[in-house]
Design a protein around this ligand. Sequence first.
Ligand SMILES: Cc1ncc(COP(=O)(O)O)c(C=O)c1O
Length: 387
Amino acid sequence: MTPIPLSDLYYGPEEEAAVVRVLRSRWLSMGPEVEAFESEMASMLGVEYALAVSSGTAALHLALLALDIGQGAEVIQPALNFVAAANATIAVGATPVFADIIGLDEPTIDPAAVKRLITARTRAVVVMHYGGYPGRLAELTELCSRRGVALIEDACHAIGARYLDPQKRSPHGAYAGAVGDVGCFSFFSNKNLAIGEGGLIATSRHGLAERIRLLRSHGMTTLTWDRHRGHATAYDVVMHGYNYRLDEVHAALARCQLQRLCGNNAQRAALVEAYRRGLVRLDGWTIPFAGHPGESAYHLNVIVAPDAETRIRAAAHLKEAGVQTSRHYPCIPDFTVFSGSITDRLEYSRAYAARTLTLPLFPTMSPAQIAEICRELFAVSGHAMSA
Ligand SMILES: Cc1ncc(COP(=O)(O)O)c(C=O)c1O
């Protein structure tokens, strides 16, 4: 079998033309492409402000800084997550507090766990929309606003996903990343909108947006681009900031990929549906998010083995067959540097981490490749694939 990667990119002539256009403009650092991308993202998400940054990690770091979260503060977040939010929490001097997920079939942060862990020191809750499926935003928003705590959406998996509030029954719902105080996105190479490295922060809070704008560019009151255009001649430095800017080449690529996002996410949805149909009779395995309300971004396709040993066997078998798989994610408090962290009981997060298997998913995948992967999974489970 031709090897099947975990994810793959598609760039067409539009992306090539966009990169050439920027190179020919001879303006490479933050400028008109970034401005245009920010405005396109703000309008898609329905937020007041969209601020492009150099990565999803930079977005999370700036979100925490802008919310003035630092020494003495606790930030409740899922134990089952990529390590960026936890590292960003440490970077601002705050303490991560790790909550459990709802269950093996819904691996997003459990609002009941958040309720258990909240203290007078809690300043923010991070919800990560795992695999592109929005977390329980209505319960978390209600809890956070009642306790005066900020809600940060780690929407790095979830660009284009929509959250449906079960109480409200609106036909489309709000975009993931546009519900909490701030939403953070990543445009890393394996993401639904992939440009290599890049990120974005969405917010409708003016004060936060202004702080983020300053913090991402050294705390300086004007950009080189403003001075280049003659819109400013001088600048002041009003806070200690960073260089977390996105550049023009990446922004131009991002604008092309944004045009493809809706079609690509629909393609991902169809592929996930094909996986679900193909694997429904795989004994003992769980396919998370069955019947999830709203619209996922279908970033990951994950299945959960009956036990850790079966997961190891299946991953090895698929590797042998040329199929790349992964684990999203190990439990963060089980990493050396996070051992001794404050945690919930993490019963589900640990079971999930031991048993979860991420299968290939990318918009240009073929139904034949999915059928092949399903066949291999049935073979390793000791029974033939049933129609
Ligand atoms: C859930 C999640 N959060 C944060 C990040 C960090 O994003 P970046 O790699 O752009 O810094 C990632 C990226 O892999 C992620 O998957």
